[in-house]
Design a protein around this ligand. Structure first.
Ligand SMILES: NC(=O)c1ccc[n+]([C@@H]2O[C@H](COP(=O)([O-])OP(=O)(O)OC[C@H]3O[C@@H](n4cnc5c(N)ncnc54)[C@H](O)[C@@H]3O)[C@@H](O)[C@H]2O)c1
Length: 443
C-alpha cells in the first residue's frame, strides 16, 4: 500500500497537545491537497484526545494555522485548484482549502475512531506505561495493516514495539517543537521496524518538506541524548560554582555563558525551562532506566520539580517561571531554592556577576544578529579564535563547555546513537537552532 492510499485514513492520538496539534495541521494540509486532486474520494483525519475540552481550542488552532499557510501559498493553491472554474479570487481559494481541510477532520475522544486508520501518529504524554497501554489498545482495535509513528522523545522504539505487540509496525518519527515550523524530524528505526514503514516514513518526510535525520534506537536518540547531558553539565557546573557565587548566581553565570559566550539562541537554564523541568526530569528517568546509567540524574532538577516549579508554557505560548522568572518571555530573576523566591537579575548583584565573568571576547555578535549573516562562518571562526586566547573566567568556562559539548556529541557517534558526526550537528543546528554544530574546530 502506498503513502497516498495510507493517507486516506489517518489518526493523531494526543491531537490537542503541543506536538499532536502541530502534526494535525501538517496532515490536514496534506489530506486537503489529496482531496482537491481526487474529488469524490473520502479522506479521514481523526484527531483524538482524552481532553475533550481542549478539542475546541484545537479546532480554532487548526483553522488559524491552515488559513495562514494557505495565505502564503496562493501560487500552489492556484495549481491545486486549476480545474475549479468557480474559484477566481485568492480568498475563494483560501476558503476552499480550509474547507477541504476541515471536511476530512473528525474530532473526538474515543480511540475507537482510529479503528480503520492506516497510519496512526501517537503524540501522547511521555509516559511509558500510558504509551504502551494506548498502543496495545489501538493494536486490538486496528487491523494488521495499520502502521504507527510515535513522537516519543526518549523511549526505545523496539521496547514499545515488543511491549505493545506491534510486530515491527512502529517507527520513531520525532517531530521538533513546533512541528509546523521546525524542519527537523529525527527518524528512529528499531531493528524490528518493517521495511514498508521505513519507506513510508521517508516518503512522508519529502511530502512534508522535512529534513529527516536518522537516529538509532538508543534511549534519548540524538536530540535528547545531547540535550540531557549538555543540561546536566551546566547544572553540575552551577553546583560547583555555588559556594562562591550562591546557587542563583551560579545559574545566572552558566545561563549567560551558554547563551552569550557560546552564541546559542537561549541560555541552557532558559532552554530547560522552555522544555519544562518536569519533562527534563521525565526524559532523564527514561534514559537512566533504559541505558542503566545512574549519572543521568540531577538532585537540583528533582528539588525544583518537588517544589512544583516546572517552567513550560501557558496556553497563550508565554513562558512560565522555572529556574528563571520571566516577564514578556525575558528572564528577569533566578530562583533561590533556599529562600523560595526569585533573585531579581538587576543592580549590584548582576553587575558583580558580570564583572566576575568578564567582558565578551572581541568579535562577539548575539545569536539573532548572526542568524541571517551571510559571513556567519567567518565571524564565528574569528570570535571563537578570540575566545581561545581570552584570559577571563567567562572564557575559561565557555571553553570547558564547548569541549564537553563536543565530547557528548562524539560519544553519540561512538555509541552508535548517530550514524555520523554530521547527523549530530544537523540535529543541533536544525532542531535546536544552533549556528554551528557541537563537533567543530572551535575547540
Ligand atoms: N513538547 C516538546 O517540545 C516535544 C518535542 C518533541 C517530542 N515530544 C514528545 O511528543 C509527545 C507529546 O508531547 P507534548 O509536549 O505534545 O505533550 P502534551 O502534554 O502537550 O500533549 C499530550 C496530549 O496527549 C493527550 N493524551 C494523554 N493521554 C491520552 C490518551 N490516553 N489518549 C489520547 N490522548 C491522550 C493529552 O490530553 C494531551 O493533549 C511526547 O512523547 C513528548 O516526549 C515533545
Amino acid at each position: 500500500m502506498n503513502l497516498d492510499e495510507r493517507l486516506e485514513n489517518v489518526s493523531v492520538i494526543g491531537a490537542a497537545g503541543k506536538m499532536g496539534s502541530g502534526i494535525a495541521v501538517l496532515l490536514a494540509q496534506e489530506l486537503a491537497k489529496l482531496k482537491a486532486h481526487n474529488q469524490g474520494k473520502i479522506y479521514k483525519l481523526n484527531l483524538i484526545d482524552v481532553n475533550d475540552a481542549a478539542l475546541d481550542g484545537l479546532r480554532r488552532f487548526i483553522k488559524a494555522q491552515v488559513t495562514k499557510v494557505a495565505e502564503k501559498s496562493i501560487v500552489a493553491l492556484r495549481s491545486i485548484y486549476a480545474d475549479r472554474d468557480d474559484l477566481v479570487e485568492n480568498w475563494e481559494m483560501i476558503e476552499a482549502f480550509v474547507d477541504d481541510a476541515f471536511s476530512v477532520i473528525r474530532f473526538g475522544s474515543d480511540l475507537k475512531m482510529a479503528a480503520d486508520s492506516l497510519l496512526i501518529f501517537e503524540a501522547i504524554v511521555e509516559d511509558e506505561a500510558i504509551k504502551i497501554r494506548v498502543l496495545k489498545e489501538l493494536n486490538e482495535l486496528c487491523g494488521e495493516e495499520t502502521l504507527f509513528l510515535t513522537n516519543t522523545s526518549s523511549i526505545p522504539i523496539g521496547f514499545l514495539d515488543e511491549q505493545a505487540g506491534l510486530s515491527g509496525r512502529i517507527i520513531g518519527y520525532h517531530f521538533y517543537n513546533p512541528p509546523v515550523v521546525q524542519r527537523l524530524v529525527e527518524v528512529i528505526t528499531a531493528q524490528s521496524t518493517q521495511q514498508e514503514l521505513r519507506g513510508i516514513g521517508a516518503e512522508l518526510g519529502k511530502r512534508l518538506r522535512k529534513k529527516l535525520v536518522p537516529a538509532n534506537d538508543i534511549s534519548g536518540f540524538i536530540g535528547n541524548g545531547h540535550f540531557m547531558r549538555d543540561g546536566l553539565y551546566a547544572i553540575g557546573e552551577a553546583e560547583r560554582l555555588k559556594d562562591k557565587y550562591s546557587l542563583p548566581g551560579a545559574i545566572y553565570i552558566m545561563n549567560r555563558i551558554s547563551q552569550d559566550y557560546l552564541i546559542r539562541p537561549m541560555g541552557i537554564f532558559q532552554l530547560i525551562d522552555y522544555v519544562g523541568i518536569d519533562v527534563f526530569q521525565c526524559i532523564l528517568q527514561v534514559m537512566r532506566k533504559h541505558l542503566g546509567d545512574s549519572t543521568l540524574q540531577s538532585d537540583l532538577i528533582d528539588r525544583m520539580a518537588e517544589r512544583g516549579i516546572l517552567g513550560g508554557q501557558r496556553v497563550d505560548g508565554s513562558q512560565k517561571d522555572g529556574f528563571l522568572k520571566y516577564e514578556r518571555n525575558r528572564p528577569v530573576g533566578v530562583y533561590d531554592l533556599e529562600k523560595g523566591e526569585y533573585q531579581p537579575i538587576e543592580g549590584k548583584w548582576k553587575e558583580d556577576l558580570d564583572a566576575a565573568i568578564g567582558p565578551l571576547p572581541a568579535g562577539f555578535s548575539p545569536w539573532r544578529n548572526l542568524l541571517r549573516e551571510p559571513k556567519k562562518e567567518e565571524k564565528l571562526s574569528a570570535y571563537f579564535q578570540n575566545l581561545q586566547g581570552a584570559k577571563t573566567f567567562g572564557a575559561e568556562l565557555a571553553r570547558a563547555y564547548l569541549a564537553r559539548t563536543k565530547e557528548i556529541a562524539k560519544k553519540l557517534v561512538q555509541d552508535g546513537v548517530a550514524n555520523s558526526e554530521e547527523d549530530v550537528n544537523s540535529v543541533l543546528t536544525n532542531g535546536f537552532y544552533w549556528l554551528y554544530g557541537p563537533i567543530n574546530d572551535y575547540i
